[in-house]
Ligand binder design. Structure first.
Ligand SMILES: [Zn+2]
Length: 240
């Protein structure tokens, strides 16, 4: 009976190596969608920024067109008034018209200044968009290569997990059903680590001091003995 427990424990120790791997890799696998989402967010925020810049450019261009439209309207108006100058009868009318023309011309020179300023802004925005597009291409490339790394890692993890599960299954068949069921229950609760090696008089997993009776029971090996603190299966490394 004692040796049956000992044999089972030897197999469980091997199973634990596989289980640890399965749980670790599964955890990494579970993290992958979040990693992917972070990448996607980065790319999306760059895209949004580019769209914002393009909107700003459109507004500036619209503003430029509006001002240019106003300017040509006023210029046409000035021409019309200048034509009227020769037709006015009185000096008073003539100077009033001249004054009006001068005021329109002053308006126009302000408008021209504004247009020049807007043209500068349009050029700066176009420049920024050009640069941002280049940056975006880089980020996109980076995203694609990171995505590829994630996809490869995903495949690798899935493959390793599958292999470990197969290996574990092939050895677990040799373990007594009751012991196996007990182990499976604990391994699930303890996320892949169901066994704990005794160090001196303490549990290797939770570091708690074990009672003398618990230590004795482990040594007797009539059944599986659990740590009273962390509920893992205790075992001693036998030198012989
Ligand atoms: Zn413990």
């Amino acid at each position: 009976m004692t040796s049956a427990i000992r044999d089972s424990l030897e197999i469980l120790k091997k199973a634990q190596d596989f289980d640890r791997q399965i749980y670790d890799f599964q955890e990494e696998l579970n993290q992958l969608p979040a990693d992917r989402a972070v990448l996607k967010d980065e790319l999306e925020s760059k895209k949004r920024h580019l769209h914002e810049l393009q909107d700003t450019l459109k507004k500036l261009q619209l503003g430029q067109k509006e001002k240019e439209g106003k300017l040509s309207d006023k210029e046409a108006n000035i021409k019309k008034m200048e034509g009227q100058l020769s037709q006015v009868k009185t000096n008073k009318e003539y100077s009033a018209l001249q004054q009006e023309i001068a005021s329109l011309k002053a308006d126009n020179s302000l408008l021209e200044e504004e247009i020049i300023k807007t043209i500068d802004e349009v050029e700066a925005a176009e420049d920024e968009i050009h640069k941002e597009k280049d940056r975006f291409k880089e980020v996109e490339k980076e995203y694609a290569s990171k995505e590829l790394v994630l996809t490869d890692r995903e495949k690798e993890l899935k493959h390793t997990i599958d292999e470990a599960k197969k290996s574990r299954q092939s050895i677990m068949g040799q373990v007594d059903l009751k012991i196996r069921e007990q182990y499976e229950l604990i391994v699930e609760k303890k996320r892949g680590i169901a066994l704990s090696r005794i160090h001196g008089e303490t549990c290797g997993a939770c570091q708690m001091l074990l009672r003398a009776q618990v230590l004795n029971e482990v040594r007797m090996g009539d059944r599986l003995i659990l740590c009273e603190t962390c509920s893992r299966i205790l075992y001693e490394e036998t030198s012989a």
